[in-house]
Design a protein around this ligand. Structure first.
Ligand code: ADP
Ligand code: ADP
Length: 226
């Protein structure tokens, strides 16, 4: 079964903007996939639909074999989303934020704390667990968003512009963490407008422009054409 199967996906917003004009896209299980494209191309709309934040206009989307419309709950359990904007409560502690997230997914508290230690440690945040989120640096906040997205142990992690506004040192350490996560079996999709980032990390790449997927190929094949 594929991580993602998208067929004929369209999205017309209520203001009439046609953000997606019929996208077909498959991402295999275990892949590290980049969705690349300029601002306004439709990247956020695509991952918004995948994570059930945006309703599709037409088309068919399967996530690990679960139909996004007919088996929404199961489909949603398969993925963790790391949005671009920080959307945690800044007055909660790091530990509260990740443990509560697990709670939303029905994970019991004891297990939630075990997972919190695992993911916060991997992201070098365990020492900060009792700090309020607003006290963290920008890079730590971003890592907190990743830890939170992993708490229900989804098979697929989707990151929207994960290194936007992140300095080069932190960018490298995040790249390394994401690579390790992928090597441990997690499927990863990220959006970016840096070809360099996609090149560093990704096995396969889709290029989206004006709501259409104009390229869907391996990174190797793309680079040999440039
Ligand atoms: P990207 O993530 O590649 O920058 P988006 O998916 O955000 O692209 O946007 C695709 C198009 O849809 C753009 O023309 C954008 O202005 C429009 N759009 C995005 N979100 C909305 C919305 N909530 N309502 C109306 N139009 C939107
Ligand atoms: P706890 O440690 O129990 O989470 P907090 O003092 O951190 O308690 O905050 C309790 C709630 O009050 C939080 O959900 C937070 O949203 C809200 N809160 C705390 N301080 C402020 C503030 N300065 N402005 C707005 N909301 C706040």
């Amino acid at each position: 079964v594929n991580a993602i199967d998208i067929k004929g996906l369209t999205k017309i917003y209520s203001n009439g903007v046609q953000a997606l004009k019929g996208i077909d896209l498959t991402v295999e299980k275990g892949d590290f996939y980049a969705l690349l494209g300029p601002n306004g191309a439709g990247k956020s709309t695509t991952i918004g639909i995948l994570s059930s934040l945006v309703n599709m206009t037409s088309g068919k989307v399967n996530i690990f074999g679960f139909d996004l419309e007919k088996q929404k709950v199961k489909a949603k359990l398969q993925l963790g989303l790391v949005p671009q904007e920080f959307n945690f409560n800044p007055f909660e502690t790091v530990l509260q934020i990740v443990v509560n997230q697990a709670g939303y997914y029905g994970v019991n508290r004891q297990e939630a704390i075990i997972r919190a230690e695992r993911y916060l440690s991997q992201l070098e945040l365990w020492e900060k667990r009792n700090d309020r989120a607003r006290m963290l640096s920008g890079g730590m906040k971003r890592r907190l968003m990743i830890a939170r997205a992993l708490m229900h142990e989804p098979q697929l992690l989707i990151l929207d512009e994960p290194t936007a506004g992140v300095d080069i040192e932190l960018r490298r350490s995040m790249w390394q963490f994401l690579q390790e996560l992928n090597q441990s079996g997690k499927t990863i999709i990220l959006t970016t407008h840096y070809l360099e980032e996609a090149e560093m990390l990704c096995r396969n790449i889709g290029i989206i422009q004006k709501g259409e997927l104009i390229e869907n190929t391996s990174m190797k094949a793309l680079l040999s054409k440039l």
